[in-house]
Every structure is written in structure tokens, then in C-alpha cells.
Ligand binder design. Structure first.
Ligand SMILES: Nc1ncnc2c1ncn2[C@@H]1O[C@H](COP(=O)(O)OP(=O)(O)OP(=O)(O)O)[C@@H](O)[C@H]1O
Length: 607
């Protein structure tokens, strides 16, 4: 058996064996203490696995996920008490209510990032606890809410609870696996790495985050309903418990966030510790002491084991594999990266009409007028240049065109359609793509996954499709091969040179099948050989009908590709024409070089 086959077998056999052992445990042992500990471990593992969908995959840290346990428990309790429905059935309504609250929170937080999400989830937990305490007619207030008493034969002990939790944990693990192996998981990873860039690649990040949060809360809510039934009496402090929220985060972080098994492993480590402290820390301040204790452990884990147990171990194992893959990739470095001679620029005459029209775009940052009423047009099938000295507003103009920054005034029209502000993925779907001055690839993915990630159009069905389909893999492979990067498909972008990363970013945006690509200084900081190769690639992409707006300081590079060039200075367009026309324009020469000598456009950089 190969090493890949062996590791795959281990990944299947180990969890199955663990599951069978856990399933058989109550049959062979009637130790109620251990059964109770395992039930609480399952609850924590379900909570931590759910938390990980947002916290681990997408990087959105919630410190209020125990609210879903509380919501599930109270919904189940109220339904069971009022309508006599079994809590084993009512708990699904608990999951639904938790999911609805998560959807509402997602809507509220859809424009917030980082710390704001932490604060909102904490505030929601406190608010719901207050509601449970004060809405006495429904929740029983601080006095609590009794759950129905379990009616099965005592000989079965806690079996129904035990197996219900174990089955739910198995479902949550399967869901987590499905998320990981689907486009949803890939999209969440892209949010984790660089959400801003992700939206520019057409990913509807707000929808991805909402689905992850709703999935997590649904299962945590069901678990909450079962838990409420198990402990038979609900009170607001125990159900909306901040210590439980901390334990959930701790289990996911300790085991390893962003992985299927990490949060489960973490729960099996943390729950026994929580049990020990629950029995040893007593007195009036026991809650506060446990909160301090676990918060302290959380800080230690973040400081000293930031990736968690499982990913750290996996990292040790795969380091040798990665080094080998990189060695093979380098051995197959393509021969055709030598510089090629300059070819004729792509003439304005070859293009017809304008595909991209920018009119009157303006944007200030405080007192800095970065872009002031800029208008320009990119002809259909043209490669249009945009040059200007540092700080003249080129990147800001790109940000305004692709929707990263909203304009104070002006409009962008693509293929005759005015683009809506505030809908960046929509601009990508309409056919607008861009690369960055400093390439921004997603470090948590392989090169191939980076190329496959962009979303041409949004559909819920696509979100649950395979992370990389067979067709996508072969399409990405052939593009990487054309770019001379075939051997690098399965390694991380961190292993690539700066220039190679620029090429991968270009390969990535081509997945959008764009009508216009905006390239921000593609040749900056790369070798002359790679620069020549890039020039060839741009030419080839353009020959397939893709229009290009090219920002570049390297004038020979610009001259080789385009004869239609805009010049910006101080946030405005000061000239427009062919490179030959511009190089004699005193205004351009003055702005660009700060002195009145003709611009040197041929020779130096292509030498
Ligand atoms: N987010 C921001 N906040 C404040 N000022 C900004 C911001 N973005 C850009 N600016 C300012 O706007 C002006 C134009 O910057 P911009 O980066 O667009 O120029 P550029 O032509 O792309 O320069 P370079 O060639 O060096 O990349 C500069 O004065 C810059 O400091």
C-alpha cells in the first residue's frame, strides 16, 4: 500500500474504530459517571465543530455560541411543556430557532469584521440570557423551567441521551467533512485569508458566512434541546453560560481549528478538565474562578499552540512531503521563461467601441483628493495603459473601478451596464477582474485551489459542489501549464517566487472568464525573463478577446503592449495618446520625471 493509501486508510479506520468503541461503551460499562462525562464531551464536540465552521474556516470568532445551546434548550422545553411533544422531537424546533437567530445575526453583522463579530456575539449571548431571565411567563424567569421527566425504564440508564448525542455528533462530523470538501469550505477559507480579495473574485462572502453560521447554530441548537432534556431543569445562567462559550472556543483552538477532527479532539481533552474543575472549584465564586481559569488556558493555547494539536502534528508529518513536491516542481521548471523580443503594440485600430467606460470618478481621503473626476475608456479588445508618477491615484482608480472603494462621485459602465456600488462580487460576475500590485494569493490553499476558487456566477447548488471538480482541475492544470507553473499546482503559494505569484494571480482571475482585466503593475519587481513571458501571456489573453487596463511604471513594457495610454498626475488625467505622442508631451514629461527631458521608452527594461 502506498503512503497516501495508508494515510487514507488510517483516516477512515481510526474514526470508525473510535465510533464503534464509543457506541459499545454503555453496553459494556454501566459507569454512570463516565457516561455523563462522555455525553458532555459529545455536547462540547458538537458545539466546537459548529463553532469551527465560522471561527476556524472563516476566521470569524464568536464568543457567544452557547446562546444556541440556550435557545435550543428553551425552545425544546417550552414546546415539550406546552404541547406535550417529546423533547427528542421538539429539539429540532430548537435547532430551527437557533438557526433563525444566527441568520438574523449574520444579517446584522454582514458588513462587520474582526472584533465587531466577537462583540456582537457576546452581546447577543448576554441579551438572550436577560430575555430568559425576565420573560417569566414563557421561560419561567430566574426560577427556571422544568423539562418533562424521562419515562423509559431505569435499566436503560442514560442510553437514549447517550446515543442521541453520539448520533448527532456523527452527523455534525459528516456535515463538517462535507463543508471541508465543498466550495463552501474553500470559500470560507478564502474569507479567512483575505475576505476583501475574495469578494473581488466573485465570492458572495456574506452568503457563505451566513450558511456556515446557520449550519453551526442549527446543530448546536438541537444539542441544546437534548442537553436541556438531559439535565431536566433549565435556568438562564446555566443555559446561556459564557463559560460554555469559552470551552467551545478552547476545544476548537486546542484541537486545531479549520479541521474536521481538531474540535472533536479538543472536546475530548477539555471536557474531562472541565469536569475536574466543576467538582474541585466550589463556593460562591466558582463560576468566576472557572471563567478566569479557562480564559487563561485559552490565552496560553493562542500563544503557545496557535495552530492547535492536530494541525501541528499534521504539519510535522507533511513537511517532508511538501519539500519533496517542491523539489519535483523545481526540477520540472519550464524552459520557455527566456526573454522574448518585443512585438508590436496592440493598436487602438484593432479595437472597436468601449467595453469599460469610467466617467467623472472622484474620491477623497480626508483632505487628500486621490482621484478627482477621472474619465477614461478601454476599447473592446484593447490593451489600454495607465501611467503616472507615484501617488498620482492609479491604484485608487482601480479600487474605484472594481468597487473596493466607493466613489464620492462618478460612474463605471461595463459593456453598456452601469455597475452598482457596494456589490463587488456582482462586478466580478459582470466580467471585471483585477490583479494587485503585490500579489494577494490565499496562503491556506494550494496553487491549484487558488486558481479554481473564483466564482463566475453565484448559485446555492455550486456552493455545495466538490471543492475542485474534475473539469476545474484539468482546466486549471492546463492554464498553469501554459504559464509554466504546472509542477507547482499542489504546493502552497508561499513556496513560489514573487514573479510566479504574480503569474498565478493572473491565472486565477482568468477563471472568472473576465471581459476586462485590470493589471496593477504586473511587471514590477520581476525578472526581465518573467516580464517578457508576462507580456506574451497578456498578449495571448488579449487575443482571446479580453480587454486590459494596464498600470505600469515600466514604459517599454507599456509601449510593447499598448498604444492607447492615459497619464495621471495629482488625481487627474493630464494626457491621453500613444506612447510616442506622450513622450514628447512636456506636461507628461514634467509630471513623470520632474524634469523636461523626453521619456526613455525603448531599450532599458527589455535588455
Ligand atoms: N486609504 C487611503 N487613505 C488615505 N489616503 C490614501 C488612501 N489610499 C490612497 N491614498 C492617497 O491617495 C493618493 C493616491 O494614491 P494611489 O495609491 O492611488 O497612487 P498610485 O498612483 O497608485 O501610486 P503608486 O504608483 O505608488 O502605487 C496618495 O496620496 C495616497 O497617499
Amino acid at each position: 500500500m502506498t503512503s497516501v493509501g495508508r494515510s487514507r486508510a488510517i483516516r477512515v479506520v481510526l474514526p470508525l474504530a473510535g465510533f464503534v468503541l464509543l457506541a459499545l461503551f454503555p453496553v459494556f460499562s454501566n459507569n454512570l459517571y463516565l457516561q455523563n462525562m462522555l455525553i458532555l464531551t459529545f455536547l462540547l464536540a458538537i458545539g466546537a465543530s459548529g463553532w469551527d465552521l465560522m471561527g476556524g474556516f472563516a476566521g470569524y470568532i464568536s464568543v457567544g455560541n452557547s446562546m444556541f445551546i440556550g435557545l435550543g434548550a428553551y425552545t425544546t422545553g417550552i414546546i415539550a411543556q406546552r404541547w406535550g411533544i417529546s423533547p427528542f422531537i421538539a429539539c429540532f424546533a430548537g435547532g430551527l430557532v437557533a438557526a433563525i437567530v444566527a441568520a438574523l445575526l449574520s444579517l446584522v453583522t454582514r458588513r462587520t469584521r474582526g472584533m465587531y463579530f466577537v462583540i456582537v456575539t457576546f452581546a447577543a449571548l448576554m441579551l438572550l440570557k436577560w430575555v430568559a431571565q425576565t420573560w417569566t411567563p414563557i421561560t419561567g424567569g430566574s426560577g427556571g423551567l422544568p423539562m418533562p421527566i424521562a419515562t423509559w425504564d431505569l435499566a436503560y440508564q442514560n442510553w437514549p441521551f447517550y446515543y442521541a448525542f453520539l448520533a448527532l455528533l456523527a452527523v455534525v462530523i459528516l456535515v463538517s467533512m462535507k463543508v471541508r470538501s465543498s466550495k463552501l469550505g474553500l470559500g470560507l477559507l478564502s474569507i479567512h485569508d483575505d475576505e476583501d480579495k475574495s469578494t473581488g473574485l466573485g465570492i458572495r462572502t456574506a452568503v457563505y458566512k451566513m450558511i456556515a453560521f446557520v449550519l453551526a447554530s442549527f446543530f448546536t441548537g438541537i444539542a441544546g434541546g437534548l442537553y436541556g432534556f438531559y439535565i431536566s431543569y433549565l435556568n438562564p445562567s446555566a443555559m446561556f453560560d459564557i463559560v460554555m462559550s469559552i470551552l467551545i472556543v478552547l476545544a476548537a483552538l486546542l484541537g486545531g481549528r479549520g479541521s474536521v477532527w481538531g474540535p472533536v479532539l479538543g472536546a475530548f481533552i477539555i471536557e474531562p478538565l472541565a469536569e475536574v474543575t466543576a467538582t474541585t472549584v466550589g463556593g460562591a465564586n466558582s463560576g468566576a474562578i472557572r471563567l478566569l481559569l479557562f480564559s487563561g488556558v485559552l490565552i496560553l493555547v493562542v500563544l503557545f499552540l496557535p495552530r492547535g494539536v492536530l494541525p501541528t502534528i499534521r504539519g510535522w508529518i507533511s513537511r517532508t512531503g511538501d519539500a519533496e513536491r517542491l523539489r519535483i516542481a523545481r526540477a520540472f521548471r519550464p524552459r520557455d521563461t527566456e526573454a522574448r523580443g518585443a512585438t508590436a503594440p496592440i493598436s487602438r485600430a484593432e479595437s472597436t467601441g468601449a467595453i469599460l467606460v469610467v466617467s467623472g470618478l472622484a474620491r477623497s481621503f480626508g483632505g487628500v483628493k486621490a482621484v478627482q473626476g477621472v474619465s477614461l475608456a478601454v476599447g473592446e479588445g484593447a490593451v489600454t495603459g495607465l501611467i503616472g508618477p507615484n501617488g498620482s491615484g492609479k491604484t485608487t482608480l482601480f479600487n474605484l473601478i472594481d468597487g473596493t472603494v466607493s466613489p464620492d462621485a462618478g460612474a463605471v459602465v461595463l459593456a453598456g451596464r452601469a455597475l452598482r456600488n457596494g456589490d463587488r462580487p456582482g462586478r466580478a460576475h459582470a466580467g471585471l477582474a483585477r490583479t494587485y500590485q503585490l500579489p494577494r494569493l490565499f496562503p491556506s490553499m494550494t496553487v491549484l485551489e487558488n486558481v479554481v476558487l473564483p466564482e463566475r456566477r453565484f448559485s446555492l447548488r455550486r456552493i455545495f459542489a466538490a471543492r475542485v471538480t474534475v473539469a476545474e482541475r484539468s482546466e486549471a492544470h492546463s492554464r498553469l501549464e501554459k504559464f509554466g507553473l504546472a509542477g507547482y499546482a499542489d504546493i502552497g503559494p508561499a513556496e513560489l517566487s514573487y514573479g510566479q505569484r504574480k503569474l498565478v494571480e493572473l491565472a486565477q482571475v482568468l477563471t472568472l472568464e473576465p471581459r476586462v482585466i485590470m493589471l496593477d503593475e504586473p511587471a514590477a519587481g520581476i525578472s526581465p525573463a518573467l516580464s517578457a513571458r508576462l507580456s506574451e501571456i497578456i498578449r495571448e489573453v488579449n487575443s482571446k478577446g479580453v480587454s486590459v487596463l494596464l498600470v505600469e511604471h515600466d514604459l517599454p513594457f507599456i509601449e510593447a503592449l499598448c498604444d492607447d495610454v492615459y497619464v495621471m498626475d495629482g488625481g487627474v488625467v493630464i494626457a491621453h495618446g500613444t506612447v510616442q505622442e506622450l513622450k514628447d508631451d512636456p506636461l507628461v514629461v514634467e509630471a513623470y520625471l520632474g524634469r523636461s527631458e523626453p521619456l526613455e521608452v525603448r531599450g532599458a527594461a527589455s535588455a
